[in-house]
Each structure stands twice: as structure tokens, then as C-alpha cells.
Design a protein around this ligand. Sequence first.
Ligand code: FES
Ligand SMILES: [Fe+2]
Length: 428
Amino acid sequence: MLTAEENELLTRVTGDAPMGQMMRRFWLAACMLEEIPEPDCDPVRVRILGEDLVAFRDSDGRPGLLEEKCPHRRASLFYGRNEECGLRCLYHGWKFDVDGNCTDMSSEPPGTGLVEKVKAKAYPVKEWGGFLWTYMGEPATMPEFKPPFFAPTPQTNVAIFKVVVNCNWAQGVEGAIDSAHSSSLHSTDMPPAMVGGSTATGTAWQRPSTDKSPRLQVQPTHYGFNYAAIRRPIKNANTHDYVRITHFVAPHHVLIPPNNVYNVSQMNVPVDDEHHALYILAWQDKGPGVDQEAWRKFTGTQLGIDLDKTYRKIDNIGNNFGQDRQAMKLGSFTGIRGFPNQDIAMWETMGAIGEREKEILAASDQAVVEFRRSMVVFVQEFMKTGEPPAQFSDEERASVAAFEGMVAKDADWRDLSGAKRESARAAE
Ligand code: FES
Ligand SMILES: [Fe+2]
């Protein structure tokens, strides 16, 4: 259980809130590249850490991320004209390039020198792995951009879905590190089966276990933590355990155990204190990747069908998330279609900011407890020293890999790092 003060520290990200200030020390996903697909495309609103921005791509194809309000008299640049290498404010026609330089001020007489002085607030951006990344901290502390786990090379083909969720970011992360819920909430989409490991079919992820109460073991790291969820397998239960290892990398990245076809990752990027952008990614280290539309269809996150054009769910709390009680009588555990929608229904009904001071935690919440503990320690340290948690080194990176598979009962999952995990899986 967290105190109300610790809950505030964990969850609040806007303004001067320490967690938001700490998150500004990381490269964050601002939006997907598909939202700004081509030169002079429509600008898009981006709200992140409570700050309203506008993303656009100029005539030369360069992406930009500017404060939404025009420096002149604060009208919205979202409505601006994106043309001839800049975003032009509709109100008086001031125009800004991707670096925030004012390149035209047609409302002013020439020779005042104002055009050279005015600058729109612009954040640095980087295109990689299907996302526009940005750094919102002070330029002096900007770390080198490191490719995310799900896109080690610029060519990695990543399937992404995005949903804007109406609750605080930490509830989303807690969902990703809460192995026990999958045996209940997702039991229709992740059913037990006589398989060797998690197996993706076109409609489900089959699990080699009927065990609904995994034992959790946590291993802290300097950048977050790992944990194993250990279950009794259907086959060879006397000699083996079914082990799923999940990694949490601060501030909001979770590497979820893979299935036989692809790896899965989750990011919960704060929009503000009471909303976040959920991204779940399916990718392959080697191979052609996962088809984006098939991924969205499987997860019930297709634009125009499940989501409106701002990536908000069409089935939402206003219609009980489309819950179908008749389907529940006929075998669906939740009556809610698509596993992310089941998660979102639970996260949003916990309230805009979860009431952690009122919870009753149990053994299966051990990873959730570790997430809160580690983030509160990280942010308290940040308040004292001004330093965010150190990221993993290039050498450590290989060991930051989720895993699922059968592990002999006399082996310790903590020894199965990196390449050893790969070979354990290959030997199944
Ligand atoms: S408010 Fe934007 S140009 Fe005047
Ligand atoms: Fe879930």
C-alpha cells in the first residue's frame, strides 16, 4: 500500500511534479510516424506531460514538434497552414520552421528585427521504430538517443497500436507487470492449451498452463526490475515450471514475454495526470515483422472501427466498454472484445488516478509493489540529486529481454539471462 503522498509522487506528471520533471530526462514517444506521414501533411495535436504541442512534417519531410500556442498572441498553431517549409499561424500569419525559428512576419513592417528575435518553443525530435521521439528536458542534460528494444535497427518492422486511455499512466504500467490478471481477465483470449509455450493463433495466445496463481519473484535492477511469474505447466509438471519473465525499464517501458511468433512491448506515455497514450508493439528480431492491420484487428484497436481518429475508444465507459452479457453466458469471460480493451476497462474503472492508499495487496501483486517502490525511490533520488535513474549500458542491453518457456525445477530463472534465455527456448 502506498501513502496518499507517495501516490501523488508516483502519478502526478504535469507542471513541476517531480515525476514529470524526471520523465523529461528521457526520450519519450510523442506520436506515431503514421500520424505525420508525408511532407506538408495535416498537423497533429500532441499532449504530453500536460503540455500541448503540435507535430508536423515540413515540405522537405523534416518533422517538428512546437508548442501549440503561437508566440505572438497565443492562438493555436494546430489550425495553421503547413506549407513551404513551415507552420503558418492563421491569426496574423507568423510562420515557424521545425526548429521554432520565425521565418515570416507578414503583419509587421520590414526592418523591425522582430522576426529574427521571435522563436516558438520547439523540442528536438528523432524518427525511429515507427515513432516520433522527443526530449523535453533542458538541452544541457539531453542524453544520446538510443534505439528502443523493439527497434534495434531503423529497418525493424514494428507493428504498433495506440489508444488514448482515460486514466493515469501508472495504472497502465501496473497492468503490464501484473501477470496474474492474464489468467482471469484475458482467460478467453489466452486460454490454456497443450502447447510447449505461448502460441499465437490468429485469434488467441495459447498458454501451456492452467495455473491461475503464479508465484512471483522479483529482481531489482538499476534501471527498473525483472520479475518471473512461475506457473505449473500442463505437461512435465513434476520436472519443469512454466516461467514468464517480464522487464520493467523506467520510466514506463515494459518488455512482455513473447509468444512463438513475435515479441511484445508496452509503453504508457503520460498525456497528463489523468490520461495516457498506450502503445503496444509486436515485433520480430529477425524476419519480416508483424502485419500492422492484422495486429490491430487481433487487438480490437483499428482506426475508424474500434477507435476514432484521435485514437480514443469508441466503446468506452459511456457504453460499459461494449460489454456483452449474452456473450459471457456463452463462454466469454469478460464480454469485452480484444485483450487491450479488457485491460483499459479495468484501468479506467479504477478511477482517473488509482486509489492506492485504499488497496488490499496480495502475493500476486509483488511486481506491482516493486514498480511503485522503485519509481518512488527513483523520483526521491531525483529530487535530491537532480539525476534520473541511470539507463542500462550497451553491455547490459543484451540481458534486457523478456522470456517465456519451460525451465527445469532445479534451475534458477535469474541465471537465464540474454543468450541463455534464447537457447533455453530453442531447446524446448
Ligand atoms: S497569434 Fe499567431 S500570428 Fe498572431
Ligand atoms: Fe492485460
